[in-house]
Write a protein that binds this ligand. Structure first.
Ligand code: F6P
Length: 320
């Protein structure tokens, strides 16, 4: 039996531990492992190679993905998907593990329907925005990077009595900003999921400044597109110097945390077992309520992720 692994879309820390676990597991189970390099682009270009233990030696601690990834426009074209299928056929591959977000899951689902390929999707995106799962691979590393950044920004912010507006990634999802605000003790959290009220925030923060507050930390999710607006709001309404810090792509790299490494291994082991046991699966492994469950791909792609209401409630006071 031959099984391939590939990544698609934004990389996330934990992909390399997953790739290592895949190769180790395959050899243990007498399966021939293949790498599809460069995401869907590599699938179309036939950039496929049998994987060896040597390929994955010493990669556990590396962020990113040694098999690389891409955001492919060509994969939207049927002709390209047909070429991709022929490439898989050359190697006798009809089972794939896909490390990706839901956009890529959707694309691969269409491909798998057209050409009868089985696959298991492992939710892997720092955005943590995939329906049915509480956790996506890489989000823990990303949160730790943001935590370090906010701790450091607080030092300089307090030294100057400044306000800092820190923008986190997450595409349209406010998960990274929400969790980071809670664990770093931010004063303001602006996310797409909650309507903010600057009037009440102003009143509250001015009172705190009058009482001696030395700095203000505001975490803003990129999906709100409000970073500049919040900066201008501080400058206009408060007697406080304000700086903006866009954390950007550092949130996607870095040495994977213990949790992401462990989860990578769990996801891959279960995913591989599913592919071995069930010839025709098209599913995603989700981590829900501290348990692993398989969800049909259509359920995942046809529904929208929403942040847990308890978490939203925890952060409401930072929005108004
Ligand atoms: O989906 C992951 C992500 O990092 C988003 O948070 C962000 O909006 C986007 O990718 C950035 O994409 P790119 O790496 O193509 O600039």
């Amino acid at each position: 039996m031959s099984v391939a692994i590939m990544c698609s879309g934004g990389d996330s820390s934990g992909m390399n531990p997953a790739i290592k676990s895949f190769v180790d597991n395959c050899y243990e189970k007498n399966i021939t492992p293949y790498f599809i390099y460069d995401g869907f682009e590599g699938l179309i270009d036939g950039n496929i190679k049998k994987a060896s233990h040597e390929d994955v030696a010493g990669i556990m601690h590396l962020g990113g993905t040694i098999i690389r990834t891409s955001r492919s426009k060509r994969f939207y074209e049927y002709e390209c998907r047909q070429i991709a299928y022929k490439n898989l056929q050359k190697f006798g591959i009809d089972k794939v593990i896909l490390l990706a977000g839901d956009g890529s899951f959707k694309g691969f689902n269409q491909f798998s329907e057209e050409f009868d390929i089985s696959f298991v999707g492992i939710p892997a995106t720092i955005d943590n925005d995939i329906y049915g799962t509480d956790y996506c691979l890489g989000v823990d590393t990303s949160l730790n990077i943001i935590k370090h950044a906010l701790d450091e920004i607080r030092d300089t912010s307090a030294s100057f009595k400044r306000a800092f507006v820190v923008e986190t990634m997450g595409r349209d999802c406010g998960y990274l900003a929400l969790i980071s605000s809670i664990i770093s003790g931010a004063e303001v959290c602006i996310i797409p999921e909650i309507k903010y009220n600057l009037n009440t925030l102003e009143e509250k923060l001015k009172k705190e400044l009058d009482e001696g507050r030395a700095y203000i930390l505001a975490v803003v999710a990129e999906g709100t597109k409000q970073t500049q607006h919040i900066k201008e709001w501080f400058e206009k309404n408060f007697d406080i110097e304000t700086r903006v810090m866009i954390l950007g792509h550092i949130q996607r790299g870095g040495n994977p945390t213990v949790f992401d490494r462990l989860m990578a291994s769990e996801f891959v082991t279960l995913g591989l077992d599913k592919l071995i046991a069930n010839e025709k699966t098209k599913s995603v492994i989700a981590y829900k309520g501290s348990e692993f469950i398989f969800i049909n791909i259509d359920t995942v792609t046809q529904n929208r992720y929403t942040i847990n209401s308890k978490l939203l409630k925890m952060v409401k006071k930072l929005t108004r």
